[in-house]
Design a protein around this ligand. Structure first.
Ligand SMILES: [Zn+2]
Length: 119
């Protein structure tokens, strides 16, 4: 079990497996947040408390919810608005450094081509 939490501890996230790779995306939102995402099925992610601890930001086509802690502001995860979508992103910046140290960092050109580069 791998745990992640925001700075103040109000939001806890548990996933079954440590990320093998994390995505460092240069799109307009990710570069500002400074997030490094690991992707999971929502079925593999447990967030507590489930609904109330985070605020949501949506932009563009508004298909994704970017969640942040209401108290300390840390970006915790993104999830699709369409809840049948079997993919979400967890911000691995909230995991212990030793957990993510072994993960490969993949650079995603989300600003333009939506391809990974430099690998
Ligand atoms: Zn917090």
């Amino acid at each position: 079990m791998i745990e992640a939490s925001c700075h103040c501890g109000a939001v806890h996230i548990e996933v079954e497996t440590a990320p093998e790779a994390v995505t460092d995306c240069n799109c307009s939102i990710c570069r500002r947040y400074g997030t490094r995402w690991a992707y999971y099925s929502p079925k593999q992610v447990r967030i507590t408390p489930a609904e109330t601890a985070t605020e949501i930001y949506k932009w563009g086509d508004k298909r994704l919810e970017f969640h942040r802690c209401r108290v300390c502001g840390c970006v915790t995860h993104w999830a699709a608005v369409e809840k049948t979508h079997d993919r979400m992103g967890v911000n691995t910046r909230l995991m212990a450094p030793e957990v993510v140290a072994a993960a490969r960092v993949r650079k995603l050109d989300g600003a333009d081509t939506w391809t990974y580069f430099g690998e």
